[in-house]
Design a protein around this ligand. Structure first.
Ligand SMILES: *[C@@H]1O[C@H](CO)[C@@H](O)[C@H](O)[C@H]1NC(C)=O
Ligand SMILES: *[C@@H]1O[C@H](CO)[C@@H](O)[C@H](O)[C@H]1NC(C)=O
Ligand SMILES: *[C@@H]1O[C@H](CO)[C@@H](O)[C@H](O)[C@H]1NC(C)=O
Ligand SMILES: *[C@@H]1O[C@H](CO)[C@@H](O)[C@H](O)[C@H]1NC(C)=O
Ligand SMILES: *[C@@H]1O[C@H](CO)[C@@H](O)[C@H](O)[C@H]1NC(C)=O
Ligand SMILES: *[C@@H]1O[C@H](CO)[C@@H](O)[C@H](O)[C@H]1NC(C)=O
Ligand SMILES: *[C@@H]1O[C@H](CO)[C@@H](O)[C@H](O)[C@H]1NC(C)=O
Length: 509
């Protein structure tokens, strides 16, 4: 689903009317549900439930190709958020004892054909050649209250893999052919092969191998109070890190009151950053917060290389927040400027995927990416060559349109959107293992891990456009880059965030 329309919000109108029998069956279920309900409650409740159903239908019964009733973005639907939720919880309480169980899996949904997001077209790239570099573009978000109402009530389907557990080794087995670390363990090549052979129940290396619980004597250690608070996150987590300087960490902006109250915003910092933070007036020692960010100090960082340490919260969010359902990872150099519910609705729920990441804005071939990394001195040439050769021997080929619907082999990984289900958790565990065994350049290993899992299951990821990513996170520049950009003031502007960037955003203001 994810690749249809290459991430553009235009794919839904084309898929119409398949599986009528299934659709009928679902309608029948709904009718039965309603009768059961009415049988025991008074008329007034019945009417409320119908109203609520219009919303719920949208979520439950968006079976492929089915047209669903949905609130229109451009309608004058001004129903306040609190009402939707009050009514939902009211119905929930009143009928708890006899309400049939909700369907076990989220089935996806499609917006109605006449929805503005289906007519939404990206503007053509700027004609001025000098301005075709990285830039933001409009995204058709839904209005906040619709995005919130569409948050799935049940998890997505996890193909084949149902039960994923993580290896805890004591003592550590350090015997492997090459690579690995005390933090990630030393999986052998045979284990690596086995992990790619997806089964119903699996136990894999996934960082934190030294302890029973991530953050407790595993490296990347976190104090008990913070761990407890992290465990309490049961919905959406937004996570980021700053590992050397705190100065320009900015609190996320344009975040709704509802998200402020329900989304966990966690910023992981090292001890060095902590000492500079203590002098920062914005830091509240009682709440341990800077703006919306809840600050967590990480002790015993597992690697000497900061870039490797950063991969722990980036790829292993699901281990740090074991009860969370969704996560948005963002690099410390980015500022979030759109509500997380709207982002997840657009790039995960509406796409019916459990993993979404942006594509690199101009490179989509691992071999080309590896050369660029070498030329930029990002990592020792020999290590990059070794890794790429290894993948090549396993069957990695240059990207070409023959790989469609896969649109790219190279992600821009500074933002990752996930639903935490077993298969997507496995994906990031195995991706982390590659980063631990080979170079820390995760864009080199991404497609290998993705394609090995996709070859065994029907699971796939969505790769959206880099310019769409730049719509919801604003990149801050390193001082050296800012100097360079001063010479070209126009380009500086085009790289920034433009406030009115689409229907959803305009309504949001
Ligand atoms: C969403 O994906 C699930 C399986 O992952 C599939 O059963 C369902 O039909 C999809 N829904 C839509 C609307 O494409
Ligand atoms: C929700 O309940 C309020 C009263 O609490 C009512 O005014 C409103 O119409 C209801 N909305 C829906 C969608 O049922
Ligand atoms: C998952 O697998 C583990 C280890 O094999 C097992 O102990 C556990 O009971 C399983 N959980 C479920 C829910 O099946
Ligand atoms: C820290 O936050 C608490 C709770 O919001 C507030 O009462 C207190 O005044 C804040 N302290 C400082 C120093 O801002
Ligand atoms: C690494 O490779 C790049 C491109 O292949 C080359 O430009 C660079 O000089 C090499 N670096 C070293 C240290 O050999
Ligand atoms: C992802 O899976 C869906 C449903 O199985 C399919 O329609 C789509 O083409 C797949 N995309 C890729 C890139 O494999
Ligand atoms: C989002 O926040 C930025 C400040 O970070 C502001 O300039 C912009 O106008 C806001 N956008 C909307 C749509 O509220």
């Amino acid at each position: 689903m994810g690749y249809k329309g290459v991430g553009l919000p235009t794919h839904t109108a084309t898929t119409t009317r398949t599986k009528p029998s299934k659709m009928y069956k679902e309608k029948e279920d709904v009718v039965r549900w309603i009768f059961k309900f009415v049988g025991r409650r008074k008329k007034i409740l019945f009417i409320i439930s119908i109203l609520v159903f219009i919303r719920v239908l949208y979520v439950w019964h968006g079976e492929e190709g089915q047209k669903v009733e949905a609130p229109h973005s451009d309608s004058t639907n001004k129903e306040p958020l609190s009402n939707i939720h009050n009514n939902l919880s009211y119905v929930g309480k009143a009928s708890k004892a006899f309400r049939p169980r909700p369907p076990p899996y989220f089935r996806g949904y499609t917006l109605p054909p006449d929805h503005p997001c289906n007519r939404f077209k990206l503007p053509p790239p700027p004609a001025d050649k000098k301005r075709t570099g990285p830039r933001p573009c409009p995204v058709c978000y839904l209005p906040l209250e619709e995005a919130i109402a569409l948050m799935p009530s049940s998890p997505s389907f996890s193909p084949i893999l149902k039960n994923l557990t993580y290896i805890h080794e004591k003592p550590l087995n350090r015997k492997t052919e090459f690579g690995g670390s005390d933090f990630g363990g030393y999986p052998t090549l045979k284990q690596r092969r086995r992990y790619f052979n997806i089964k119903g129940t699996m136990s894999v290396h996934c960082g934190f191998v030294k302890g029973r619980q991530p953050g407790r004597g595993t490296g990347f250690d976190i104090n008990e109070k913070d761990l407890l608070e992290m465990k309490r996150c049961r919905g959406i987590v937004v996570a980021s890190t700053v590992f050397d300087a705190f100065d320009d960490v900015k609190s996320p902006s344009n975040i709704s009151k509802y998200s402020e109250q329900t989304v966990c915003f966690f910023m992981f910092i090292d001890e060095k950053t902590e000492s500079s933070l203590k002098r920062d007036k914005r830091f509240n020692r009682t709440t341990k917060k800077v703006g919306l960010w809840r600050i967590v100090v990480v002790h015993n960082l597992p690697y000497t290389d900061g870039r490797r340490n950063g991969k722990v919260p980036k790829l292993l969010v699901h281990r740090l927040f074991p009860n969370s359902r969704y996560s948005l990872w963002m690099d410390g150099k980015l500022d979030l400027v759109v509500d997380p519910h709207q982002i997840l609705e657009r790039f995960l729920w509406r796409e019916n995927v459990t993993f979404a990441i942006s594509r690199h804005y101009k490179r989509f071939d691992v071999f080309v990416e590896a050369e660029a990394n070498k030329a930029a001195g990002k990592y020792a040439n020999a290590s990059i060559d070794f890794q790429v050769d290894f993948y090549k021997k396993e069957g990695l080929t240059p990207y070409s349109t023959a790989k469609l619907p896969v649109t790219s082999d190279v992600p821009e990984g500074c933002v990752i959107l996930r639903e935490h289900v077993p298969i997507s958790n496995l994906f990031t565990c195995l991706w982390f293992n590659e980063v631990d065994r080979f170079t820390s350049r995760d864009q080199i290993s991404f497609s290998t891990v993705r394609d090995k899992i996709a070859a065994r299951t029907k699971w796939n990821v969505s790769m959206f456009l880099d310019c769409q990513r730049r719509n919801f996170v604003v990149q801050r520049y390193h001082l050296a880059d800012q100097e360079k950009l001063k010479k070209k003031p126009k380009e500086t502007k085009s790289n920034g965030h433009t406030p009115s960037t689409g229907i959803g955003q305009q309504r949001f203001a």
